[in-house]
Design a protein. Structure first.
Length: 364
């Protein structure tokens, strides 16, 4: 009996002994490898790549929560496409936008313009807002890809570029839908731009060369600044089938080219467009302008500017309501749309506002 008990105890002891010897410390390398794989999985799940309009492949967060516009053109397009994602502004909304844009957007921080001749970036405000992405929108410039790569590296924030001119505004909204994840909303905006651009292109093509009217775009305090032919700031003149009277070198900014009153008289435009109420009244009442045919024929008009100019400043999507407005003035027999109806539809779709009759009167 004792012998049998001893045998059992010995067996149990050996069993525990072998079990203890076979126990090993966890391997460190496999754990590290597993953690690396998990981190890679998380990074892959949280980011994606996006190819912008100049062919740059940019890694961005999969879901964007906060975006920053690089300048005024981008600000307006992004407000129309995804206002709730804006975490700041390139510049304050104009006073003309008061009552037309929600008050909450006026409290957003102002970052300034990120790059270019008018760069005035407030880095402190930008870092405090911590956007997921900076979006540049507009006309592509030389070496823009390299400039945006440098900007992204300096900011530590991804930057993408979306081309948006009159002919490419449709594709700009399509690409924004892909970028922002709101394809359905952006496709409505894209369709509007496509239909309007194609319709007005056909109308412009129907106007005989010898019947095309000339237009002078007056700006500046005395009307002696203008956006000349070839400038993005004045290209809706050609889009409706008219001719820009100013045949001088186009300035690279919205301030326009400086000209003389004598030169304007030599051009003798059929129509003069004034960019402010003050300038409109000056042209009508200043004796120096009275012998101009457009003034004598009562063909001077103030460009609507609520909430933004219908012609430029900035040269963004605001121009798409400027096209039917200008067309109805210059060629009323061709552009027969009800402009009040057009304005109401545009403001609802792009500016997210239902206009009252009083507001329509104020705008037009």
């Amino acid at each position: 009996m004792k012998k049998k008990l001893f045998t059992i105890l010995l067996s149990v002891s050996l069993l525990f002994s072998f079990t203890g010897c076979s126990k090993k410390e966890p391997a460190k390398e496999p754990v590290k490898e597993a953690q690396t794989q998990e981190n890679t999985k998380i990074n892959t799940e949280e980011t994606r790549t996006f190819t912008d309009s100049v062919g740059r492949t940019v890694t961005i967060p999969k879901k964007l929560k906060k975006i920053a516009p690089s300048g005024p053109v981008a600000q307006l397009v992004l407000y129309t496409a995804a206002p709730d994602l804006l975490c700041g502004l390139a510049r304050e909304f104009p006073k003309t936008a008061e009552g037309y844009f929600d008050d909450s957007y006026y409290s957003l921080p102002v970052f300034g313009q990120f790059y270019g001749k008018n760069a005035n970036l407030n880095m402190e405000a930008l870092l405090a807002a911590s956007p997921d992405l900076v979006i540049d929108i507009g006309e592509p410039k030389e070496n823009i890809g390299e400039e945006l790569d440098t900007l992204s590296e300096q900011l530590g924030i991804p930057v993408v570029f979306i081309e948006a001119t009159l002919p490419t505004m449709e594709s700009a909204y399509t690409k924004l839908g892909e970028l922002l994840g709101n394809e359905k909303e952006c496709e409505k905006l894209a369709a509007y731009c496509k239909n309007l651009f194609e319709d007005t292109s056909k109308k412009a093509a129907s106007i005989p060369e010898d019947e095309k009217k000339t237009i002078y775009l007056a700006s500046g305090s005395d009307g002696l600044n203008t956006n000349a032919s070839g400038s993005i700031h004045g290209d809706i003149v050609e889009q409706i089938g008219a001719v820009n009277a100013a045949r001088v070198d186009a300035a690279s900014t919205g301030g326009g080219s400086e000209v003389s009153l004598e030169q304007i008289f030599l051009w003798n435009p059929d129509i003069v467009l004034a960019d402010t109420k003050e300038l409109y009244e000056k042209i009508l009442n200043d004796p120096a302008w009275q012998d101009l045919e457009a003034v004598k024929n009562k063909q001077v008009y103030q460009i609507p500017d609520i909430p933004y100019s219908y012609i430029n400043n900035p040269p963004s999507v605001n121009r798409f309501i400027g096209i039917p407005w200008l067309g109805s003035i210059v060629y009323p027999e061709v552009y027969t749309e009800d402009i009040r109806k057009e304005v109401t539809e545009f403001y609802q779709l792009f500016y997210h506002i239902e206009l009252t009759e009083e507001q329509l009167d104020e705008i037009l």
